[in-house]
Ligand binder design. Sequence first.
Ligand code: TYM
Length: 333
Amino acid sequence: MSKKIFSGVQPTGNLHLGNYLGAIKNFVELQNEKENECIFCVVDLHAITVKQDPKKLKKNIRETVATFIACGIDPAQSIIFNQSMVSAHSEAAWILSCVSRMGWLNRMTQFKEKAGKDKEKASIGLYSYPVLMAADILLYDATHVPVGNDQKQHLELCRDIAQKFNNDFDVMDFLKVPEPLIQKQFSRIMSLKDGIKKMSKSDPSDLSRINLTDDKDQIINKIKKAKTDPLPLPSVIDNLTERPEAENLLGIYSSLKNQNLEKSLMELNGKNFSEFKEQLSEILIERIMPISQEIKKLLEDINFLDSVLLEGSDKADKIASKKMKKMKELVGF
Ligand code: TYM
């Protein structure tokens, strides 16, 4: 059955292996099941929930588009667009924020993590981030939303918001309740420096992540320096408990090879880490280098990237403004 796919990525720089394996790789697979309608958004309104340098933001928006295309998203097949270029996102977010409850948002763990100790100083935008995310999804009647594991709670909230709007305005199925698409395995890639911390754009140590723009030497160096433990690799899965770094590196290896952990463990057959790391570097180079080279090439043609956004935003605007019009009527505007 065909699916309506919607997902977004923030243009905050340093797109990394976690973004690729947790999300973008799946965007491409879903697009390649030809019957799906796919929409991928560069969520710049979300990016400014924490302070951004305007010049860098502009550069990062183009870099995100280049990354989408370099990873295999085809602008002729999928809509690639920029959130701030479609005004319905901000309008819908406001209406939905009047439907959402403070109690729901107070439970969001990502806000707690991002706001840190001094919550009073966090922006209101950061607090209501998940409501804007719900607006993104619901404007397009998306049926499925591919994301990494860290977005699970936000998608549950999106479903609650959709149901509450439908109830409040007595419309059975106006906002479609979407299904999250989160891979069963490898949907949370961890830092190379600490196996219990998520791989993240905002980690101050560049050694904690493989960026999609890294070159061969950087990949080899980062894998060489990745944290491990003194034991050899286990040959069965049970022996991975309490070994988060080993589990993470094996997860990356398996995900890149499109195979489950059991198969990887059998293949690697109790190797020591230095041998395994060589193999891991090789496969990373094989997968990441073509992407990083293509990103560099695409970034030389800013006009092309801007035209992709312009065309995509036009198409997105046609869909979103129609939904927005109906939403306003329902509210009584
Ligand atoms: P962002 O830019 O933080 O992340 C983009 C995608 O990458 C996934 N991801 C990871 N997956 C596995 N392991 C990791 N270490 C890792 N780090 C990031 C995220 O889960 C995400 O899928 N809030 C969204 C952006 C958004 C959105 C939307 C998504 C805005 N509106 C509507 C879906 C639908 C986010 O996390 O962006």
